[in-house]
Every structure is written in structure tokens, then in C-alpha cells.
Write a protein that binds this ligand. Structure first.
Ligand code: FAD
Length: 418
């Protein structure tokens, strides 16, 4: 077992999880002069997978291929001053409204805003890679891939990782441990052991599976989108729905959300095609039967859950952010955006408290600002908003799969729009 104690000099932060939220947090800490160690259980996503390293946590690897980046997330990227928001927008496709597909294949556009506001479809891996590249450009950051957090001794400010390549254990001491390790957070479990944490976890009865609409191949060899690229497409079917977001390669990634038992009822290709002919008749020819059958029967089925907890911190020793603190169902398209906002809010509070990056190395920091008080304030400020957005996300499923088709809803939206 290797042991790395804290040393005098810059404050040391140990961030667990190099997903989008942990990577953005690493940039914010590095910019303020902290010594940053970023630990990630999975291999470096920028390197080709090998048979020994391609053993990501299956729950994590099932995440959507693309996602909607909103003004909330863009603001946190912008605050870095590195132009990350502009760079990521270069890889994004604006979605200016919803396109509702009815049972007859008719399409109706519902724009999000008369002022032109939109959400943006981005490739999840591309976004994460951009953030990792930015993190690595700092001299005061080290990224440790293939390192899975096993346990923490929060009072000693220690975190123990297993190096998944060698099987060795490594214990590191840090002035602050930041948990950005996603919905099934190990950090959250460690926090529960030291705080009187209120905690709820709720699985919904619906799951999801990703399908594809490939690009249109023209006779002259050029390619095109098969549907309007500047919309989030929705096939609302009341008790279930399908959505589609555009990709830069001119394909669409579709996500079918349905009750688990409905997925289980479809066991043969003939049943699947009949189901699509009935409920998604316009999408079927765009996907192609063969592609649909391969995707449906081979892609993993994901589950959807909502996590709320309080507090998010322990003294001046640990704080959890992103899905580790508030995992939400994806129907509001705000999970990652909200995690990015966590980072922006956390640092606005740390900066107000003048928490600076200095330590005496004896496990006790020079308290130029009161980190414990700042983290307590963070919990209180952030918890209210995180709970609100988890609830809104849950309610928005009913809006997306059903209410968007009602006449009263459309009338209200029309009145609101003008
Ligand atoms: P994660 O992305 O889960 O990253 C956590 C990281 O921690 C991972 O890299 C993981 O490998 C690592 N890790 C886990 N355990 C350990 C450990 N013990 N030790 C070390 N590392 C560890 N959000 C949006 O904003 N817009 C959308 O449109 C949207 N669409 C979605 C669609 C679907 C189907 C789903 C499921 C989610 C969607 N979300 C969306 C939510 C979004 O995916 C999450 O909110 C976001 O990924 C959270 O980022 P994170 O960095 O907190 O966690």
C-alpha cells in the first residue's frame, strides 16, 4: 500500500470522478492555485480501449450518446475564461424547439422561445474529452485513470483508491475531497457515515434504450439529416415516448422511454416492427428495420433514478457535486447542466469567503477564509435548487410524453409565446 501525505505548499484537493462535472471542477480549482489530483475509475476515454481496460462500470457506460447543453451549463463553462463555452458550441447543434410527431407521422414545431433561446445537442464523449484536454493543460493537475475510490477516512482527510491496472491500493491525504463520482457515488456513501444525511433514492418504473436514425445517403455520395436538425424530436404516446437529438455526423440518437414491462413484451423482431408500425410509423423507415432490430436487441436498457440528499459536505473535508449529490431523471435535460452550475455556485461562495490555496501541510490548513463555513453555505444554497430541479425533471416526463399533445396546453403555449 502506497501512502501520499499532505505537504506544505498549495492546498491539495482530491477530486473523485473525471466525468463532465469533476473535470470542470478540476479546472476551477487549478485556476485558483490548488494542487489538484483527479481520480477516475475508468481508463482514459481519449485512448483506444483495450480488452483489459474496457471494463467500465456498466451503470456508467450506459449513459446517453448525446445530451442537451443549456444556458445554465454554458454559463459555468464561460466563467473559466478559457473560451470553453465557445469551443463546445462549435461542436453543438442548436435545437430551437420541439418537433412533435403524431401517430400519422404529421410534424408540429413548438419553438422554445420567441427570442430565439435554444438548447444545444452535444456529443457527451466529445464534451468530456474537451474538458479533460483543458484540465491537462494545467501544470498543477494530475489525472489518475483506472483508480477507483474504495473508502475514505474523512477525519484524517484520506482517500484510498485501487489501481485497477495493478490491483495495488493507494491512500492519499488531501485538504479537501470532492466527490464527483456520479449517481452511484462512493463519496456519498462515505459522507453518510460521518453526517446525519437525509437521503432518498427513487427508481421510476420506466427504462430507456437508445436507437439510431442514420444519415441520409444521397445518390451523389453526399449525406444529409433525415429530419429537421434544429429540433428536439418527440413522439409522445402518453404512457411512453421516444425522443431524438441530432449529431454532427448527421445521424440522430433516439431514446425510447417505456415501462419495463412494455420492453419485456417485445421479444421478437416481428413484434418490434409491428410495435413501431403502430406507434412510430414515420420513424421506422428512417431507422430501417434491420438497424432498428440490431439496436433494440443489442443496446443495453438503462434505468432511471432520482437521488436527493442533505447535507452535501462534511466540515471542511468533503463536498459532493453533480449526480453524486442530486441524480435526476433526464426529462428536463438539466442533470449535467445543473452539475456544471454546482461548480459555478460552489466557487462563487469559496471566492466570497476568500478561501485560498495555502496549507501548512500538518493536515490543518491556514484558514485565510473559512472553508467549513463556505461549504455549509454551499449545502444550504444549493440543496433548495437541486431538489426543485429533481422534482421538475420528474414532472416534465408527463409533459413530454403526454401534455405536449393536448389542445389546452398548445393554446396556453401560444398565448405565453406572444
Ligand atoms: P458522471 O457523468 O456519472 O461521471 C462520474 C464519473 O465518476 C465517471 O467518469 C465514473 O467513471 C467516475 N466514478 C464513479 N465511481 C468512481 C469511483 N469509485 N472512483 C473513481 N471514479 C469513479 N444531462 C443534461 O444536462 N442534459 C441532457 O440532455 C441529459 N440527458 C441525459 C440522458 C440520459 C439517458 C441520462 C441517463 C442522463 C442524462 N443527463 C443529461 C444527465 C447527465 O448524464 C448527468 O447529470 C451527468 O453525466 C452528471 O455528470 P457527473 O460528472 O456528475 O457524473
Amino acid at each position: 500500500m502506497q501512502y501520499v501525505p499532505a505537504v506544505p505548499g498549495p492546498r491539495r484537493v482530491c477530486i473523485v470522478g473525471a466525468g463532465p462535472v469533476g473535470s470542470l471542477a478540476a479546472i476551477y480549482f487549478a485556476q485558483r492555485g490548488w494542487w489538484v489530483d483527479l481520480y477516475e475509475a475508468r481508463p482514459d476515454m481519449r485512448r483506444p480501449a483495450t480488452t483489459t481496460t474496457a471494463t467500465a462500470n456498466p451503470a456508467q457506460s450506459q449513459r446517453s450518446i448525446n445530451l442537451a447543453l443549456s444556458v445554465r451549463g454554458l454559463s459555468a463553462l464561460h466563467q473559466t475564461g478559457l473560451g470553453l463555452d465557445a469551443e463546445i458550441m462549435d461542436l453543438a447543434i442548436p435545437m430551437r424547439g420541439r418537433m412533435i410527431h403524431d401517430l400519422a407521422g404529421q410534424q408540429t414545431s413548438q419553438v422554445y422561445s420567441v427570442f430565439g433561446y435554444c438548447i444545444n445537442s452535444v456529443d457527451r464523449a466529445g464534451l468530456n474529452i474537451k474538458l479533460l484536454d483543458s484540465v491537462e493543460a494545467f501544470g498543477n493537475v494530475r489525472i489518475h485513470f483506472n483508480h477507483a475510490l474504495q473508502t475514505c477516512d474523512l477525519d484524517r482527510r484520506e482517500a484510498t483508491f485501487m489501481n485497477k491496472s495493478t490491483g495495488e491500493h493507494l491512500t492519499v491525504q488531501a485538504d479537501l475531497i470532492v466527490g464527483a463520482d456520479g449517481s452511484y457515488s462512493t463519496c456519498r456513501r462515505q459522507l453518510m457515515r460521518r453526517t446525519r444525511m437525509d437521503y432518498t433514492q427513487e427508481y421510476i418504473t420506466h427504462g430507456y434504450r437508445e436507437l439510431t436514425i442514420p444519415p441520409l445517403e444521397n445518390e451523389d455520395g453526399s449525406t444529409d439529416f433525415r429530419m429537421n436538425r434544429n429540433h428536439l424530436h418527440i413522439w409522445p404516446r402518453h404512457t411512453f415516448m421516444m425522443i431524438a437529438l441530432p449529431n454532427l455526423d448527421q445521424s440522430f440518437t433516439c431514446t425510447l422511454f417505456m415501462p419495463y414491462e412494455k420492453f419485456e413484451e417485445i421479444t421478437t423482431e416481428a413484434e418490434l416492427v409491428a410495435f413501431f408500425e403502430t406507434f412510430f410509423p414515420d420513424a421506422l423507415p428512417l431507422m430501417g428495420r434491420d438497424r432498428l432490430c440490431v439496436d433494440f436487441f443489442t443496446n443495453p436498457r438503462g434505468s432511471l433514478m432520482s437521488v436527493k440528499c442533505h447535507p452535501y459536505h462534511y466540515e471542511d473535508k468533503m463536498v459532493i457535486i453533480g449526480d453524486a449529490a442530486h441524480s435526476m431523471v433526464p426529462f428536463y435535460g438539466q442533470g449535467m447542466n445543473c452539475g456544471f452550475e454546482d461548480v459555478e455556485v460552489l466557487f462563487s461562495i469559496l471566492d466570497q469567503h476568500d478561501v485560498v490555496a495555502k496549507t501548512t501541510g500538518d493536515g490543518d490548513c491556514d484558514r485565510d477564509g473559512d472553508l467549513a463555513q463556505a461549504l455549509a453555505e454551499y449545502t444550504e444554497v444549493r440543496h433548495r435548487d437541486a431538489v426543485a430541479i429533481c422534482d421538475l425533471a420528474m414532472v416534465n416526463y408527463i409533459e413530454m410524453r403526454s401534455l405536449v399533445t393536448s389542445r389546452r396546453y398548445l393554446l396556453r403555449k401560444t398565448i405565453e409565446g406572444y
